[in-house]
Design a protein around this ligand. Structure first.
Ligand code: HEM
Length: 390
């Protein structure tokens, strides 16, 4: 994918992609401008639902649409600010920081200790369960139901990018969404009666009662979004970080000697091989991006992966360098929708990496070729067998 985006970035930085019916934007400055511009809407779902589905189809898919449209990621001003204010209150540094000891404990039970070599299926044994458990416990999901949440999330994430998916996938997403909501309903009811300290769900509910603004549907939709957004992305960040370090053993050694580089390593992974590859917007007006005039209603695919490798912004961009300042990476988005869970994702990945560095002298990939799920929006390695050596 990087060679395609690099090619576009140099030859056609705002490029009409017929198959995807969207302008693909690959330069850092252009991506940033689109993300910060009020001329692009994040609600890509409503135009699709209203303009491209027949009345009969709309009736059939309304339940799915009705949950998606409560999601903050698809909200535009002024409604976005209202929801953001309520949800931001739940992601206080206190709530996020409170989870740190549990993250450390959980991580340390997942990875093998002891002398010698350890073969580990990184995704199944570590990168999936850690973030899934963290966000599930923050939203009150029972640990034995993690796999259920994961299955629902997979079915939902496929269709969450504006088009509501197609055929079977759309049906699976709708079923998953409704099951998920009914699963969460009694948990939310329980938290309402028994509020907890430093609890994400309690904070969301409290925000609701204080301001009378978060509806039950928004609360349930919000909880689903947090569960969907919170685990696969962090899983892939963690996996991509270990992959990059395994391929660059000199960087691993550097990190072992200087732990102050751990923070920067996570930023560099977000830049170099981030879990989110692109974001979608719709032009609300005729508007200029670089040299191109985009018509009202046109879709724009912001290639975060392309921007993160733009040589105009990052020197030697195809080189993974744990010591560089990668803070301009766009993998958490930018502007009003900037990822609310970023502090949590960073905390989890830094703690995971610290544990790996504590325990192991080196890490090696046990395969030459890693397969990725062929998705436009996410960078998901399917299987990452590694060998850690203590
Ligand atoms: C928004 C990426 C982890 C919750 C976003 C956006 C991106 C993103 C790119 C903006 C979407 C847009 O502008 O269209 C990531 C990445 C993660 C991650 C790369 C992990 C490495 C999390 C976690 C949570 C979370 C752990 C929750 C616990 C959210 C929420 C929003 C959001 C609620 C919506 C913010 C808004 O629309 O105002 N994320 N995310 N994310 N993320 Fe994350």
């Amino acid at each position: 994918p990087h060679s395609y985006f690099s090619h576009l970035r140099e030859t056609s930085p705002v490029h009409w992609n017929k198959a995807f019916r969207a302008w693909v934007v690959t330069r850092h400055a252009d991506c940033l401008a689109v993300l910060k511009s009020p001329n692009f809407a994040a609600d890509t779902v409503s135009p699709y639902f209203e303009n491209r589905l027949s009345e009969r189809e709309q009736t059939k898919w309304r339940p799915l649409f009705d949950v998606l449209r409560t999601w903050i990621v698809f909200k535009d001003p002024p409604d976005h600010a209202r929801l953001r204010g309520l949800m931001r209150g739940a992601f206080t540094p206190r709530v996020v920081e409170a989870i740190r000891p549990a993250v450390q404990r959980m991580a340390s039970t997942l990875l093998p200790a002891g002398e010698g070599r350890h073969e580990v299926n990184l995704i199944e044994e570590f990168a999936f369960p850690l973030p899934a458990w963290v966000i599930s416990s923050m939203v009150g999901v029972h640990q034995e139901d993690l796999w259920l949440v994961s299955e629902w999330s997979k079915d939902i994430v496929e269709v969450a990018q504006g088009s509501l998916g197609s055929g079977d996938r759309r049906q699976r997403a709708q079923t998953a969404m409704l099951e998920f909501r009914e699963y969460l309903r009694p948990i939310v009811e329980d938290r309402r009666r028994n509020p907890r300290d430093n609890d994400l769900l309690t904070e969301l509910i409290t925000a609701e009662t204080e301001s009378h603004q978060l509806t039950v549907d928004e609360l349930l939709g919000g909880a689903i979004l947090l569960l969907v957004a919170g685990h696969e992305t962090t899983q892939n960040l963690l996996a991509n970080c270990v992959i990059a370090l395994a391929r660059n053993p000199e960087q691993y050694r550097r990190l072992k000697e200087d732990r102050s580089l751990v923070r920067g390593t996570v930023e560099e992974t977000l830049r170099f091989d981030g879990p989110v590859k692109s974001l979608l917007r719709v032009a609300v007006d005729e508007v200029q991006i670089g040299a191109v005039t985009v018509a009202k209603g046109d879709r724009v695919l912001i290639s975060v992966a392309g921007a993160n490798r733009d040589p105009r912004k990052f020197n030697d961009p195809d080189f993974f360098d744990v010591g560089r300042d990668a803070s301009a990476q766009l993998t958490f988005g930018q502007g009003i929708h900037y990822c609310l869970g970023a502090p949590l994702a960073r905390l989890e990945t830094q703690e995971a990496l610290n544990l790996i560095l504590d325990r192991y002298r080196s890490v090696r990939l046990l395969t030459d070729r890693i397969e990725y799920d062929p998705k436009v929006i996410a960078r998901t390695p399917l299987s990452v067998p590694v060998e850690f050596t203590s």
